[in-house]
Ligand binder design. Structure first.
Ligand SMILES: [Zn+2]
Ligand SMILES: [Zn+2]
Length: 185
C-alpha cells in the first residue's frame, strides 16, 4: 500500500532517525542534538539542554522496544499497546504545516510543544503508521558479527542486511569470501 509519497518518505526518514538515536544510545556517548539537527529537525539547534536531556531518557526508555522490532517472535498486540501507551502521554494535536519549501505536511504537536514532545510524537506516530502499513517487516538488525545496530529498511525489495557503517558490509563480505576459499581449497 502506498500513501502520498511525501507522507511515506517522512515516515521512513523519521524511522531512520529513531533507529539512529537508538544505536547512539546503545553505543554510548549520544549526541541527539547533532543527530537531529543533521536530520533536519529545525528546532534541534536551539532546543534547551533540559529538553535534550528529557529526550535522551525518553528515547532510552523506548530503545528496548525498538530492539525487539526485528525479532520474529514479537507479539504485534503487545507492541501496539506499548506504542499506544507512549502516544497517550503526548500533547498530540495535528495540523497542516507548510514552511521552508518542504511542501504541506502534518505536524503532530502544536508549535508551543516542548521539543522532546515533538520528537517523541514524530517517532511514535511514524512507528504507529509503519506498524499498520508494513507490520515490522522493514525493521532489521545488522548482519555483521559483533554488531547489533538497528536499521529501517527503505529498499524497494526489502533486501538491506547491514547498518549504515560501511565496515560492517565490507568485513562480512571479506569473511564470506575467505570461507568460500577455504571450502574450495
Ligand atoms: Zn514541519
Ligand atoms: Zn553494523
Amino acid at each position: 500500500m502506498y500513501l502520498a509519497s511525501v507522507t511515506q518518505s517522512e515516515i521512513r526518514a523519521t524511522l531512520e532517525v529513531a533507529m539512529d538515536m537508538a544505536n547512539q544510545l546503545s553505543d554510548g556517548d549520544p549526541d541527539l542534538r547533532a543527530l537531529l539537527s543533521e536530520a533536519g529537525f529545525g528546532r534541534a539547534p536551539q532546543a534547551s539542554a533540559a529538553s535534550l536531556d528529557r529526550l535522551t531518557s525518553r528515547m532510552r526508555a523506548l530503545t528496548p522496544l525498538l530492539h525487539r522490532l526485528p525479532e520474529p517472535d514479537l507479539d504485534p498486540a503487545e507492541t501496539a499497546t506499548m506504542v499506544n501507551e507512549g502516544l497517550v502521554e503526548l500533547p498530540i494535536s495535528p495540523s497542516i504545516a507548510d514552511h521552508d519549501d518542504v511542501g504541506p505536511h502534518i505536524h503532530w504537536t502544536p508549535a508551543t510543544a516542548r521539543f522532546d514532545d515533538q520528537v517523541m510524537a514524530d517517532v511514535l506516530m511514524a512507528l504507529a503508521q509503519e506498524l499498520c502499513d508494513n507490520s515490522t517487516d522493514r525493521f532489521g538488525r545488522c548482519g555483521a558479527a559483533d554488531c547489533a545496530r538497528l536499521f529501517y529498511d527503505s529498499t524497494r525489495n526489502n533486501s538491506r542486511r547491514f547498518c549504515a557503517d560501511p565496515r560492517c558490509a565490507s568485513r562480512t563480505h571479506t569473511a564470506d569470501h575467505r570461507a568460500r576459499r577455504r571450502t574450495i581449497s
